[in-house]
Design a protein around this ligand. Structure first.
Ligand code: ADP
Ligand code: ZN
Length: 723
């Protein structure tokens, strides 16, 4: 579709966001929005929904109002937009009146491109009238399924959003969600009153996620093994109960792997602090119940592990969806043990409503099937959502990549069933396996099960093998599990055919392969320099702390990985990296190129590869390099502006400005230090640096117990070290 917007859209995509191409559906959505049509879009997590309204926000005249349900996320969303050089603000109950009027003033003066608002404000009397006074260009509704009672996150506040189309008949409304059945979709469209909307239902396939199921043997060891193989990578481990969450977090920490717990039993402050620490890369691992996740926009989650069986596939898909939002490879691992089934059944059996109970049971059956059938996991997930997956081999699940072979297991099946039969079908899997492997337990001696013929008949193979056989027999309906609290194994009709008749049974057995790190995802993901990545990640963390934003807001993992493939050591190269828009190039380009240059100097053996052609098509560097931006700050400072005023005037974070000034002082420029730190304080701080004989800031801050700020300490330090 040729459109007058084409050129400008691509231009904005490159300059503001630093991306080369649109993701699927983004372009069509944006075009419709620009043509003032309503939009309804279902896109999976990580599909790039925010770009669909942030890019128009730059192109249109007026404010793009974004309705977003989580106050906790709003600040991060605004920070992310600001980092890209967009002008953005939010209004919610956390703002003071004067801050609020500042935001309104900005809008009326056409200074604001994006405004984030919580839905409850729309329920307030007269709010829509207030909005009428500002030039709104577009309403974007995030998590739109919250308006539907049929969805799983219904929020009554969302209902008041139905007044938007009535009050603003000429302004387009774009609604986005990551989950919507057709029923929810129709409900959203009618509740919002969307006018013949352009509808997008994107594929739910997340190509960068690798799905794998491992049988649960020794969970702790298995987890530690995985975590040790992926040091420094952020990930979520889901568990079912609060106790198991706390225990696992403690165990991991005891093994030197820092992990924080998250569950509804913690106080709100604890939960907030732990989530924040995870969000800011201060702790890599969060162990959580499914209470964790709604407020998570973190894009660099590299794995999601389910240490227990999830209750249903919807939940599993949602939770695993939090991995790899940045599009880089990420793992989704499910540790599956049959022992988890009765635990879930215990709760299901207590559901009073019969219909509800049978739905819950059916859902459980589907997760068990997902975990135990040898069918491509991706195909199974997508088919659950009614989507047909066309490829024979997805290349990114354990089934499709594992070396699987068909083996005859008739004899082993007979051994297991014989043990079941000779103990009158009154025992569970654990005990049956003990009999087969000839274990010497109190229980076996007590029941005299060491006397039966099958005792020890399978001792030539280990327990894991027999667990696999039992799982397989259950999955193939050869035996079943009966009883909720203490499930016992029983032989089915089909089983009798194998035990007493001539029926055969075979199973697909996966050869245990040593998992290589880069074997995680498909071939389109290239390796990168992991040593450099570590350094760049540390630099990102430092800059993020200075700006008080989460690290992924500075650069995503995808962007850092690309730097670690092409080693951009000059700004003209840096501009070619995906995710480096003009604003970020100006703010961080120099820091990152400097580090990469130093790394290349230290490692002369590295050959810098030619960037592929799509990278080479990047725009020229239009922004001034470090020098110019420093000069601008200098000019304004000399004119008498405070750091706060310069930050406003230049639309840059105050920490960026104080960073400039620190450098200017060091360079020996004429900066009047008295305007930054008063004389008495300067002496105190200076003397302490001399006593401590170190330029570290933290000891100084600690010493003065909050009476000296980081900036003050930094300025004094710079002054002492100036040329
Ligand atoms: P969603 O809200 O749909 O879960 P986001 O808007 O958070 O997804 O986007 C997920 C990630 O994808 C972000 O890191 C974003 O910067 C990145 N992204 C979005 N659009 C593009 C694009 N066209 N090219 C490359 N990366 C993109
Ligand atoms: Zn597959």
């Amino acid at each position: 579709m040729e459109s007058p917007f084409n050129m400008q859209m691509i231009d904005t995509l490159k300059k503001v966001f630093g991306f080369q191409d649109f993701r699927p559906n983004q372009e069509a959505i944006i075009k419709n929005v620009l043509e003032k049509k309503d939009v309804f879009a279902v896109m999976p997590t990580g599909g790039g929904k925010s770009l669909c309204y942030q890019l128009p926000a730059r192109m249109v005249k007026g404010v793009t109002v974004v309705i977003s349900p989580l106050i906790s996320l709003m600040k991060d969303q605004v920070d992310a937009a600001l980092e890209n050089g967009l002008t953005a603000a939010f209004i919610n109950s956390s703002l003071k009146p004067h801050e609020m009027s500042g935001v309104y003033r900005g809008m009326k003066n056409h200074e604001l491109e994006l405004l984030y608002i919580a839905p409850e404000r729309f329920a307030m009397h007269g709010f829509l009238e207030t909005l009428k006074e500002i030039p709104v260009a577009l309403f974007a509704i995030d998590e739109a399924h919250c308006i539907s009672e049929w969805g799983h996150d219904f929020r009554p506040d969302y209902l008041s959003l139905s007044n938007i189309t009535k009050t603003f008949p000429d302004i387009p409304v774009a609604a986005f969600t990551a989950t919507a059945t057709t029923r929810v979709q129709n409900d959203i469209i009618s509740k919002l009153g969307l006018r013949a909307p352009f509808i997008v239902r994107a594929s739910f396939n997340r190509g960068n996620l690798f799905y794998r199921v491992e049988s649960k043997r020794g969970l702790e060891t298995q987890l530690l093994e995985y975590l040790c193989a992926h040091p420094g990578e952020p990930g979520i481990i889901y568990r079912t109960t609060r106790d198991s969450v706390s225990d696992l977090a403690d165990t991991l920490s005891a093994h030197g792997i820092k992990a924080l717990p998250y569950h509804a039993g913690l106080t709100q402050e604890e939960r907030k602090a732990n989530q924040e620490a995870f969000n800011r890369d201060e702790v890599n691992i969060i162990v959580a119940t499914i209470a964790f996740g709604m407020g998570i926009d973190k894009s660099n989650v590299r794995f999601v592990i389910h240490a227990d069986l999830p209750k249903n596939i919807e939940g599993y898909y949602q939770e695993t969806g939090r991995a790899g939002r940045d599009g880089e490879p990420a793992d989704c691992i499910l540790f599956f043990g049959r022992g988890d089934i009765p635990k879930i059944r215990y709760f299901i059996d207590r559901i009073a409503d019969e219909r509800e109970r049978s739905i819950a049971l059916e859902k459980l059956r589907q997760t068990v099937k997902y975990a135990s059938h040898n069918v491509c996991r991706r195909r199974q997930l997508l088919e659950y959502f009614g989507e047909r997956y066309k490829d024979e081999n997805c290349k990114t699940c354990d089934i499709c990549t594992g070396t699987v072979k068909m083996v005859d297991i008739t004899i082993d099946a007979q051994i297991v069933m014989s043990a079941i039969s000779r103990t009158d079908q009154r025992f569970g899997a654990g005990h049956i396996i003990d009999i087969v492997t000839g274990a010497d337990t109190k229980r076996i001696r007590g029941f005299q099960h060491d006397k039966i013929k099958t005792y020890g008949a399978g001792r030539h193979k280990d327990k894991n093998h027999w667990r696999f056989i039992v799982d397989e027999l259950l999955a193939q309906d050869v035996i079943n599990q009966d009883g909720d609290r203490y499930p016992v194994l029983k032989i089915t009709e089909k089983g009798r055919g194998i035990l007493f008749g001539n029926e055969k049974i075979s199973a697909l057995k996966r050869e245990e392969t040593k998992k290589k790190r880069h074997a995680r995802a498909g071939s389109e993901f290239e390796p990168f320099d992991e040593v450099l990545f570590k350094s760049l990640r540390t630099l990102r963390k430092k800059l993020a702390d200075e700006q008080k934003v989460p690290p992924y807001v500075i650069f995503s993992d995808r962007t850092l990985h690309e730097m670690c493939r092409y080693y951009p050591a000059a700004l003209t190269d840096m501009v070619k990296i995906s995710g480096v828009g003009d604003a970020k190039l100006e703010r961080y380009g120099a820091d990152f190129t400097e580090m990469i240059r130093a790394y290349l100097d230290e490692n002369p053996g590295i050959t810098v590869p030619e960037a592929p052609s799509f990278v080479a098509s990047a725009r020229p560097v239009v922004k001034k390099a470090r020098g110019e931006t420093f000069e601008k700050t200098y000019e304004l400072f000399v004119k008498g502006l405070s750091t706060g005023q310069i930050s406003k005037a230049r639309n840059l974070a105050e920490s960026t400005i104080t960073g400039h000034i620190e450098q200017l002082i060091m360079d020996g420029r004429d900066i009047e230090i008295g305007r930054l730190v008063d004389a008495e304080k300067r002496d105190k701080i200076g003397n302490l640096f001399l006593t401590l004989q170190s330029w570290e800031l933290n000891p100084v801050i600690d010493h003065f117990k909050g009476t000296v700020s980081y900036d003050e300490a930094k300025f004094v330090r710079a002054y002492m070290r100036r040329k």
